[in-house]
Design a protein around this ligand. Structure first.
Ligand SMILES: Cc1ncc(COP(=O)(O)O)c(C=O)c1O
Length: 484
């Protein structure tokens, strides 16, 4: 029996029962037996399988809505559960297969179900899951050694957390403590997480549920040129205009003794916004005049995701005082952290702990993932495949009124969709393209203040064949909405 036939023969399980869930898993073992893209998949093979378990998602959605917060956004008119994955491919609970070009929000960095990473997790889980940082943890120490030596920050130390939000919080706490100031600068259109402090430096109304913040925050211009008053300036002039604005904000709005500025080298949630090279370096010169520190939020841009560099900050001719990371390091495990010079990190004069931060399971898995990505040249692959995808998308959409801009770096590729006037955000159209790409067998993301930016960010192991297929589906969807 072929894999497709065995899928069709599978009984539709009861989604409510434990047995039903187990049965659903077995169904997807069959899905995994399909040949991989690397093994010469033909275009007809990548057309999503027909549904084998209709109704599973609808039942889950009802249960989700009953017990989970209304503000916990779900993608798609008919939300889906992803239950199995292999490389860049995933299967949903109703038996459809997709190319995953959003990787759990840029988190599945090496791809789904990478044997080296899975084995490391299995091995650690079979010995001890958790001990806490009250005891020595070898994988944590080894991971910290790897990260500090690659961070570019001199005399660096790492504090591990369980998420990017906590990494933001820790970095802000370290910087404000070191500088004895709660005055922080952040960029407009930024996203740094969901705690009070992280939300307080998030310059995007869609993600700022509360204005209560422990910090005094001022927002300066960042790299979002498409909607900037400095839009028409050349790179160098654009940067100069933003630096002048930074000087003005410091002079007019702050008490001068700033703690730090926090910035994403490429804004992720903001719609993959790339500032001119050297932008953060130019801003940092002004910060230095005031003794303020620079925090580079590398939660999305770290580990080679921008292709040309291991850290996003490297495009800017500056070494930050602190950097934060999370997402891709664990390939799905909950891990984050902050790197800082020892004098900043060690300046705390109280105990500080994260119970799960540096956990043996997360650090053993992250270590295996980091090694995998280094040994398999994923940064180089990202640079090569990413630049080709960006170029092809630019060429293919150059005549399309609905695409205001194609931008990005490496495998952070953004398309800003606009109304026929070429400027108003086309949010509904972006939602429609999300639906069309999903039904075509491709998962991508959305971002920007207005939700009108498409975000394409496959695992860094994506192959040329997979990239081509993904682009084909995106272009089919864009042609459908552009024709009207
Ligand atoms: C740049 C950036 N910083 C911080 C965060 C917060 O990370 P987490 O969701 O793991 O708390 C995110 C999440 O999307 C992010 O994109």
């Amino acid at each position: 029996m072929s894999a497709t036939e065995s899928l069709a023969a599978a009984t539709i399980p009861d989604p409510q029962s434990v047995a039903g869930r187990f049965q659903r898993r077995r169904t997807f073992i069959a899905v995994r037996q399909l040949p991989s893209a690397e093994a010469g998949r033909q275009p007809s093979d990548v057309i999503p399988a027909t549904s084998t378990s209709p109704g599973v998602h609808a039942g889950l959605l009802d249960r989700h809505r009953a017990v989970l917060p209304s503000w916990l956004a779900l993608y798609y008119q008919h939300p889906i559960e992803l239950v199995d994955g292999e490389g860049c491919w995933v299967s949903d609970a109703e038996g459809r297969r997709y190319l995953d070009f959003f990787g759990g929000i840029l988190t599945t960095l090496s791809g789904h179900n990478v044997p080296a990473v899975v084995e490391a997790i299995r091995d650690q889980a079979g010995r001890i899951l958790h001990t806490s940082t009250l005891y020595l943890i070898e994988p944590m120490i080894e991971l910290a050694e790897e990260i500090t030596s690659r961070s570019g920050i001199p005399d660096a130390k790492v504090f591990f957390t369980t998420s990017g939000t906590e990494a933001t919080d820790a970095a802000l706490m370290l910087a404000t403590n070191y500088r004895r100031s709660n005055q922080v600068l952040a960029l407009r259109n930024s996203y740094h997480g969901r705690s009070f402090a992280a939300m307080g430096v998030t310059g995007n109304r869609s993600w700022s549920a509360s204005n209560f913040s422990p910090l005094s925050v001022h927002y300066v211009h960042g790299g979002y040129r498409f909607r900037s008053p400095f839009k028409d300036l050349e790179d160098a002039d654009y940067t100069a205009a933003c630096v002048n604005d930074l000087r003005d904000v410091i002079a007019y709005q702050t008490a001068g003794d700033l703690a730090c500025m926090i910035a994403e080298p490429v804004q992720g949630v903001g719609g993959f916004v790339v500032p001119p090279d050297g932008f953060l370096g130019a801003m940092a010169e002004v910060l230095r005049d005031h003794g303020a520190l620079l925090i580079s939020d590398e939660v999305q841009t770290g580990w080679g995701r921008t292709g040309e560099h291991f850290w996003g900050y490297e495009a800017h001719g500056v070494v930050p005082d602190l950097l934060t990371f999370a997402k891709g390091l664990g390939n799905g495990l909950a891990i984050g952290g902050v790197v800082a010079r020892a004098e900043i990190m060690d300046a705390l004069d109280a105990n500080h702990i994260s119970t799960f931060g540096g956990n043996p399971l997360a650090t053993a898995g992250a270590l295996a993932n980091l090694r995998y990505m280094l040994e398999h040249g994923l940064q180089e692959n990202t640079k090569r495949v990413g630049s080709r995808m960006i170029e092809e998308l630019r060429n293919a959409t150059s005549e399309m009124a609905v695409v205001g801009e194609v931008r990005g770096r490496g495998l952070m590729i953004g398309l800003e969709l606009v109304e026929p006037d070429g400027y108003e955000p086309a949010s509904d159209t972006a939602a429609e393209v999300m639906e069309l790409t999903r039904s075509g067998g491709l998962l991508i993301g959305r971002g920007g203040l207005y939700g009108n930016c498409l975000r394409i960010a496959p695992p860094m192991s994506v192959s040329d064949t997979e990239a081509d297929r993904g682009l084909e589906i995106v272009m089919e969807a864009l042609h459908r909405v552009d024709r009207r």
